[in-house]
Write a protein that binds this ligand. Structure first.
Ligand SMILES: CCC/C=C/C(=O)SCCNC(=O)CCNC(=O)[C@H](O)C(C)(C)COP(=O)([O-])OP(=O)([O-])OC[C@H]1O[C@@H](n2cnc3c(N)ncnc32)[C@H](O)[C@@H]1OP(=O)([O-])[O-]
Ligand SMILES: NC(=O)C1=CN([C@@H]2O[C@H](COP(=O)(O)OP(=O)(O)OC[C@H]3O[C@@H](n4cnc5c(N)ncnc54)[C@H](OP(=O)(O)O)[C@@H]3O)[C@@H](O)[C@H]2O)C=CC1
Length: 301
C-alpha cells in the first residue's frame, strides 16, 4: 500500500494510490462542471468520494477540522491532475460553516452537491454515556449535518439553483450495537432527510442518505481489534467493504442518475440491514448463551 496524502499509510482502508486507480462504473465526465463539497473530505469515505467525483470531472471542495490533513489530501488530488481545494470548518459551528459557504460562493463559483461525511462516535455501553459524550455525538452527527444542510439549502434557494445532498448515516434498525448515541443521531438525520425531501422539492433540491455497513477506514481506530475481527461476519456477504464502494453509492445518489430519487436511504452494507450483527463493544455474554425454551423460561439464563 502506498503513502496517503497525509503522509501516512492508513491502518485501515484504501490509500490515495488505491483511490487514484480503483475502477468505477461512472464515466470520466459524469460530474463535469459540478462543484461538490464534502465534509469529512480527508477521512476515509469522504476522501474516496472526493477521488471518485474528481476523477469524473468535478471540482471537489474538502472540509473538516484538521487543516493539515485537508491540505495534504488536496495536494495529492492536485498531483493527479484533479480539481481540488479545501477550507477547514467545524460542522458543529454554524459560523464556520457560513464562512466556508461564503468562500465557496465568492471564490469557487457556487455549489452543486453536498456530501455530509463528517461524523463518528465512540463505542460505549449506553448506560455509561456521560452528558458530554452524548452531546458530542449528537452535536457532530445530527446538529452538524443539519447546519451544513441548512446552509447549502439557503444558498441554493437564494441563488435559484438546484442542489443535491447525500448524508452518510449508519444502519439504524438492525444489528449495530454499542453506539446508541449515534443510532439516535442518525435516526434524526434520516427523519430530517425525509421531511426535507418534501419541503425542498419545490426548491429543486434532492436529499438522500447512504447507510454504510462495515467499511474499512481510518475511523475504525476507535474500535478494539477484538471486535473488528468479527466485522466480516456482520452481513450475509461475509466480508467488509471499501470506502470506494460507498463512494460509488454517493456518486449515484447525488448525481443525475438519481434525478427521480429523493428522501431515500441506500444501505451499502452487504445485506447487514437484514442479517448479522456488529458489536462495537465486546458482545455481552448474555447473547452467547443458549437461550431458553418455554419449559426453561423460569430458570435464570
Ligand atoms: C463497522 C462498525 C461501525 C462503524 C461506524 C463508524 O462510523 S466508523 C468511522 C467513524 N469515525 C469516527 O468515529 C471517528 C472517531 N470518533 C470521534 O472522533 C469522537 O467519537 C467524536 C465523534 C465524538 C468526536 O468528539 P470530539 O471531537 O468532541 O472528541 P473528544 O475526544 O473531545 O470527545 C468528547 C467527549 O466524548 C466522550 N468520549 C469520547 N471518546 C470516548 C470514549 N472512547 N469513551 C467514552 N467517552 C468518550 C467524552 O465525554 C469526551 O470528553 P472528555 O471526557 O474527554 O472531556
Ligand atoms: N467506516 C465505517 O464502517 C462506517 C462509517 N460510517 C460513517 O461514515 C462517515 C465517514 O466515516 P469514515 O470515513 O469511516 O470515518 P473517518 O473518521 O475516516 O472520517 C470522518 C471525518 O469526519 C471529520 N469530522 C469529524 N468531526 C468533525 C467536525 N466536528 N467538523 C468537521 N469534520 C469533522 C473528520 O475530520 P477532522 O478530524 O479533520 O475534523 C474525519 O476526517 C461517518 O459519519 C461515519 O460514522 C457509518 C457506518 C460505517
Amino acid at each position: 500500500m502506498a503513502e496517503t496524502g497525509s503522509g501516512q499509510t492508513p491502518e485501515f482502508g484504501l490509500d490515495d494510490a488505491d483511490l487514484a486507480i480503483e475502477p468505477t462504473v461512472f464515466g470520466p465526465s459524469a460530474f463535469a462542471g459540478k462543484t461538490v463539497l464534502i465534509s469529512g473530505g480527508a477521512g476515509g469515505i469522504g476522501r474516496a468520494t472526493a477521488w471518485l467525483m474528481a476523477r469524473c470531472g468535478a471540482a471537489v471542495v474538502l472540509t473538516g477540522r484538521d487543516a493539515a490533513k485537508l491540505d495534504a489530501a488536496v495536494a495529492t488530488l492536485r498531483a493527479a491532475g484533479l480539481d481540488a481545494s479545501a477550507k477547514p470548518c467545524n460542522v458543529r459551528d454554524p459560523a464556520s460553516i457560513a464562512a466556508l459557504h461564503d468562500w465557496i460562493w465568492d471564490e469557487v463559483g457556487g455549489l452543486d452537491i453536498l456530501v455530509n461525511s463528517a461524523g463518528g462516535q465512540f463505542p460505549q455501553a449506553a448506560i455509561d454515556f456521560s452528558v458530554k459524550g452524548w452531546n458530542a455525538v449528537i452535536d457532530t452527527n445530527l446538529n452538524g449535518t443539519w447546519y451544513m444542510t441548512q446552509e447549502a439549502g439557503r444558498r441554493w434557494r437564494d441563488a435559484g439553483r438546484p442542489g443535491s445532498i447525500v448524508s452518510i448515516v449508519v444502519v439504524t434498525r438492525q444489528g449495530l450495537h454499542g453506539v446508541a448515541h449515534s443510532i439516535a443521531a442518525r435516526s434524526g438525520v434520516i427523519g430530517l432527510t425525509q421531511a426535507l425531501a418534501v419541503e425542498w422539492a419545490p426548491l429543486n433540491i434532492r436529499i438522500n442518505c447512504v447507510a454504510p455497513g462495515s467499511i474499512e477506514t481510518p475511523g475504525w481506530r476507535v474500535y478494539d481489534p477484538s471486535v473488528i475481527g468479527a466485522y466480516p461476519r456482520s452481513n450475509p456477504m461475509m466480508r467488509t467493504a471499501t470506502s470506494w464502494e460507498v463512494a460509488e453509492a454517493c456518486a449515484y445518489l447525488s448525481g443525475d442518475g438519481a434525478r427521480y430519487v429523493t428522501g431515500e436511504v441506500l444501505n451499502v452494507a452487504g445485506g447487514g440491514q437484514l442479517w448479522g450483527e456488529t458489536w462495537t463493544i465486546p458482545r455481552p455474554d448474555y447473547f452467547n448463551g443458549p437461550g431458553r425454551t418455554l419449559r426453561q423460561k423460569d430458570e435464570t439464563p
